[in-house]
Design a protein around this ligand. Structure first.
Ligand SMILES: [Zn+2]
Length: 548
């Protein structure tokens, strides 16, 4: 026994423990929320064990730091768990049957709100359900079936509840689908979604807390320990705070609060001043990362330097006037806020860099801004000059291969083959020397090992391999997915590696991802996950009695 050291709470002996800073250990000792000691010898920590130490012999398992997702929508994924699960449907008939079952279980006349995580391409008929089909499935119930953020189908009762009729004009930036006689048919686009959704009951904070509990547990079960929550409202921040205080979160959260482009400069400044906090507020479980701006759309609305491949008259849209955004961001950074801005297309990336360079010049003190103060989110398309500007400016970048994995086919159609191959070139960002972190942006639990496979192969769901020359090694992908995001979150002294003194966020796998065949990675799932010394996933009971 080493005198003076308290006994470990937990001792894990494993086949390999990759620190992510170059060392490989064989045993790790946990005490409280942290890593107390590590050893290259499986028995090297035995004299730190006492009667109360839970010992796990895991010679068949390899440990890594738990994954840290640089950009994901946990709130949206959690809210979907509260909604009618039409994302399970594989046909329109299944879709309406799920709606009908929910209506039978609901109070008469209650709203039926579906999960947003579905797409008609997942239905055998490859079409939206109609408003009339929703009427038939849930007679007398307002039904709102939102599909992602920009489209929905509403039942007649939902349209009536929202006061939408034949004479209702289309809202700005939106459209009501109409029958030949002009009556709305239930399909809602853009602003029309919000016009109807405003009449649906909002989830209560208690509901959101329950959803966050379920949602965060699903991510922890895939080995995720930290999520940088990419966009919430101030009210949703309160729900996160409730969940954290109740111990309901299974992952750490680093939220970004949305500053909407519909605001004037004065209104945006007032919103920021009214938050009464700034980046870094909170604790190890819930700490505010910063503010979120959205500069352009996605695959359908991303602002491109060259026209779309399928529409020569279209090159996407920019949401912010750069002068207004510069004014708002300069104010925020002056107060100590960090900023992440969604920029999908190369024209959006260039415009965000114009803004960021102006902000850095406006608020520069004696030295440059701290790293990871101004961050470009996604940068799906970028050119070498833009990547140089990111590095020269000291800005950060978050990259999510699953966007290419999931939407490669749509990108081929709208952006064309040449641009799709160039999406998210991690190798180019690394060669340029950029501050880089990786994640998912899928708004649903996504296996990090499938993501690592994607980064290492450039493989996609349905568009084959896109730009294999931009692949990076598995070890590099793992580093960006742990230490990279820890740096982005200013957590690098607390998280990101298996190092004594850091928090005990660990994931164990039955194969060693560093040496496994890369094509075996997508089917690899954790044996257990520990966050802050707490067992958050252990389906096989490998860790023995749960620690406090
Ligand atoms: Zn996002």
């Amino acid at each position: 026994m080493t005198p003076g050291l308290p006994r470990l709470d937990r001792l894990i002996r494993a086949r390999a423990i990759h620190s992510m800073t170059g060392e490989v250990y064989r045993s790790a000792g946990l005490l409280g929320a942290g890593i107390a000691a590590v050893s290259a010898d499986p028995d090297g920590l035995d004299d730190l064990a006492g009667d109360g130490t839970v010992i796990t012999d895991a010679g068949d398992l390899t440990l890594l730091p738990a994954f840290a997702d640089s950009h994901e929508h946990l709130m949206e994924a959690s809210r979907n768990t509260l909604l009618v699960p039409v994302d399970r449907a594989r046909s329109v008939a299944e879709f309406t049957a799920i709606v009908a079952a929910a209506a039978r279980a609901a109070a008469p006349g209650a709203w039926i709100l579906t999960s947003m995580a579905w797409h008609e391409s997942g239905l055998a008929e490859n079409r939206l359900p109609t408003g009339a089909e929703l009427d038939e499935a849930a007679p007398g119930h307002p039904v709102l079936a939102r599909r992602g953020g920009h489209l929905a189908v509403a039942s007649t009762a939902a349209l009536t509840a929202a006061g939408v009729g034949p004479g209702t004009p289309d809202p700005p930036g939106g459209k009501f689908g109409r029958r030949p006689d002009g009556r709305p048919d239930g399909v809602l686009e853009g602003g029309a979604v919000w016009q109807v959704a405003a009449f649906a009951p909002a989830a209560t904070r208690a509901d959101l807390v329950a959803g966050l509990g379920r949602g965060s547990a699903a991510y922890a079960a895939l080995g995720v320990g930290t999520i940088r929550e990419a966009m919430i409202s101030p009210a949703e921040l309160a729900a996160y705070q409730d969940a954290a205080e109740l111990g309901a979160l299974s992952v750490r959260v680093r939220p970004l609060i949305r500053v909407g482009n519909e605001l004037t400069a004065d209104a945006a400044v007032a919103l920021i001043d009214g938050l009464g906090a700034r980046s870094g507020s909170g604790d190890d479980w819930l700490r505010i990362w910063g503010l979120k701006f959205v500069m352009d759309g996605g695959v359908e609305g991303g602002a491109l330097e060259q026209p779309y491949a399928d529409d020569a008259t279209h090159s996407g849209h920019l949401n912010w006037d750069p002068a207004v955004m510069t004014e708002v961001c300069s104010h925020a950074v002056g107060l100590g806020w960090r900023i992440g801005t969604h920029a999908a297309g190369d024209r959006a990336v260039r415009t965000v860099l114009d803004v960021y360079e102006a902000v850095a010049a406006a608020v520069a003190g004696p030295g440059p801004l701290p790293p990871w103060t101004l961050v470009v989110e996604h940068a799906l398309l970028s050119d070498p000059a833009q990547r140089k500007r990111v590095v020269r400016g000291g800005f950060g970048v978050t990259v999510q291969h699953p966007l290419l994995w999931n939407m490669g086919s749509e990108m081929l159609q709208t952006w064309g083959a040449d641009r799709t191959r160039q999406v998210s070139p991690l190798d180019e960002w690394l060669a340029a020397g950029a501050d880089l972190a990786v994640g998912t942006d899928m708004a649903r639990p996504f296996n990090p090992m499938l993501n690592v496979w994607g980064m290492a192969t450039r493989g996609t769901k349905a568009a084959g391999v896109q730009g294999p020359e931009h692949a990076i090694g598995v070890a590099t992908a793992l580093e960006l997915y742990t230490m990279g995001t820890a740096r982005l979150n200013h957590d690098q002294d607390r998280l990101g590696s298996i190092t004594p003194g850091k928090l005990a966020d660990l994931v164990a796998y039955p194969a060693d991802p560093m040496t496994a065949d890369v094509d075996d990675l997508p089917s690899l799932t954790p044996a257990f996950t520990i966050v802050g010394g707490r067992v958050v996933h252990d389906p096989g009971g490998r860790l023995g009695p749960a620690s406090a």
